[in-house]
Design a protein around this ligand. Structure first.
Ligand SMILES: C[S@@+](CC[C@H](N)C(=O)[O-])C[C@H]1O[C@@H](n2cnc3c(N)ncnc32)[C@H](O)[C@@H]1O
Length: 273
């Protein structure tokens, strides 16, 4: 599955973040502060603003254990640990992302607060009832076998623990002619409609405390992101080259299109075990 996910244009080269840092004068050995890094290490919408909402809604605090599913460069995990004082176990499928994430966590001095685990979430060894919160940003739709991963999250949470996530859902499937392209660029393995989304959470034993439809907001976000990226082309190419620009532009264009054409929607929810 690690190779398959690389078809998505967001993921080919985890080290591109180190190029962004080098461009502002931070080399591979320099220690880092979380806030500087947050300009580059967030792979979901609205960066740390979205994470602040999570901290407030879950009441995450010092001494608690948090499980993050699909942690990418570790940007969410570091910020949560830094801001809330909780300990985060960050599970990431792609080993290059996990490697860069671990390096960045070490360099921000947060190694005590974040444990990185390079694994497919479905196979990750997790303690039973070990976590106060399970969180995830834009990763769940990638993972196959929804009933199995929801069951696994349920088992990993302490009784009374909560599950907070932002994710994509399916509004309308693409035409058959676009199906292969859609699969390649989004890598969706458990994309379902919103009613089924809620039903499968309940079937897994969760009680939904809150569910917000983010579709309109994320449609605007992805369109604005694409426009800004195109306007900043020269600066981006100066750091990442023409190929690097093309790869990310393709991904941003596809995502903005999926929202604008009403294929995918966004959900933010909090559910209780
Ligand atoms: C859009 S990124 C979001 C990363 C991070 N949550 C953030 O917002 O910065 C989704 C991440 O989920 C990871 N992922 C996908 N399938 C996974 C799986 N089965 N187990 C663990 N991680 C997975 C991907 O490799 C990717 O890094």
């Amino acid at each position: 599955m690690t190779d398959a996910i690389k078809s998505m244009q967001l993921y080919p080269r985890a080290e591109r973040l180190l190029d962004d840092l080098a461009a502002i004068g931070i080399d591979d050995q320099t220690s880092l502060d979380v806030e500087t890094l947050n300009r580059f290490d967030q792979l979901h919408y609205h960066g740390t603003e979205a994470l602040d909402v999570a901290i407030t809604q879950t009441g995450m605090k010092t001494g608690e254990q948090v499980l993050e599913i699909g942690s990418g460069w570790g940007g969410c995990a570091r910020y949560l640990a830094h801001r809330s004082g909780a300990h985060v176990t960050a599970v990431e499928l792609q080993d290059d992302y996990n490697r860069v994430a671990q390096d960045l966590t070490n360099r921000t001095g947060l190694a005590q607060g974040v444990t990185h685990l390079n694994a497919d979430f479905l196979k990750a060894p997790l303690p039973r009832h070990g976590f106060d919160h399970a969180v995830s940003w834009l990763a769940l739709f990638h993972i196959p076998d929804r009933a199995r991963y929801l069951g696994k999250i349920y088992e990993a949470l302490k009784p009374g623990g909560d599950f907070y996530a932002e994710d994509l859902y399916l509004i309308a499937p693409p035409d058959p002619a676009e199906q292969e392209d859609f699969q390649r660029h989004l890598f969706p393995n458990s994309l379902i409609d919103i009613e089924s989304y809620h039903a499968t959470l309940r079937d897994a034993g969760f009680e939904i405390a809150d569910s917000t439809d983010m579709t309109e907001d994320w449609a605007t976000f992805t369109a604005t992101r694409l426009k800004a990226f195109r306007e900043g082309r020269a600066d981006y190419e100066a750091v990442h080259g023409a190929d690097g620009y093309r790869v990310i532009e393709t991904f941003y264009d596809k995502m903005a299109g999926y929202f604008a054409r009403g294929l995918v929607g966004g959900i933010r929810f909090r559910a209780r075990r």
